[in-house]
Design a protein around this ligand. Structure first.
Ligand code: SF4
Length: 254
């Protein structure tokens, strides 16, 4: 493959089929920017996804990719990384794919500290199958819209992943492409399991409500002088219902 490292060069000619206004467009752009900044050769990158709207991402990259089985991005990405540790392996997928169908895999990938970046693109809903409740759908939304799916309390992904012992945790929002690109670069450079909780709007099934919900709760960690090596402070942030944006925890290397 060529050694053109422009963001555009990481794209294929296929045009994404996401709805106009979907947050996945911005995520796509931020990933091409991150690969470009790091100058990673295309044939050294493998993107692995499960099933869902955001899991279409590997199909739009000129890298290697595998749009795999629902909820199974992590075991496939892990197997690949064990076989080819020289490759940059990134797993992507939605909140249903990652926290419901594939929820058990997060724990075991963290236990092995497999050196892959896993970005869960959380829009609080199942978009591809037309708007059922996911593990992160707010209770209020479920009641008001009478959604199909469980009415259980939503999970706090950051709290769960932190409690499992993830050595790298970050949160980004699809409305901030620059921050997304920078955080993805930092995660890809981290020599261990890196988890990114990426908030993204599903304009079709959550409307503008999701962005309003995030806007009210989001704050930038850089502006608070947070030290990502501070485990205790990171845990308090992970527990919090507010949405801290940026790198929350980065375990110092030995
Ligand atoms: Fe994006 Fe939602 Fe449309 Fe899927 S259904 S492409 S998540 S806006």
């Amino acid at each position: 493959m060529s050694d053109n490292f422009s963001p555009e060069s990481y794209k294929t000619d296929s045009k994404p089929v996401w709805c106009a206004g979907c947050g996945d467009f911005a995520i796509y752009k931020s990933m091409t920017m991150a690969f470009s900044e790091l100058k990673i050769p295309k044939d050294n990158i493998v993107l692995v996804s499960g099933i869902g709207c955001s899991s279409r991402l590997p199909g739009y990259f000129s890298t290697y990719g595998f749009n795999s089985v629902h909820g199974r991005a992590l075991p496939i990405a892990s197997g690949l990384k064990f076989a080819r540790p020289d490759l940059t392996v990134m797993a992507v997928g939605g909140d249903g794919d990652g926290f419901s169908i594939g929820g058990g895999h997060i724990l075991h990938t963290i236990r092995r500290n497999t050196s892959i970046t896993y970005m869960v693109i959380d829009n609080n809903i199942y978009g591809l199958t037309k708007g059922q409740a996911s593990p992160t759908t707010p209770q209020k939304h479920k009641l008001e819209k009478a959604l199909a799916g469980p009415y259980d309390m939503p999970i706090n992904p950051m709290h769960i992943v932190f409690s499992y012992g993830a050595p790298f945790l970050a949160r980004v929002n699809s409305t901030n492409i620059k921050m997304m690109s920078e955080v993805i670069q930092e995660a890809l450079n981290y020599p261990g399991f890196a988890f990114i909780h990426c908030l993204a709007s599903c304009i079709t099934y959550m409307g503008g409500e999701f962005n309003q919900f995030i806007k009210k709760r989001a704050y930038n960690l850089d502006e608070k002088g947070h030290d990502p090596a501070d485990h205790k402070s990171a845990y308090e942030i992970a527990l919090n219902e507010q949405f801290a944006m940026g790198v929350i925890y980065k375990k110092p290397l030995d």
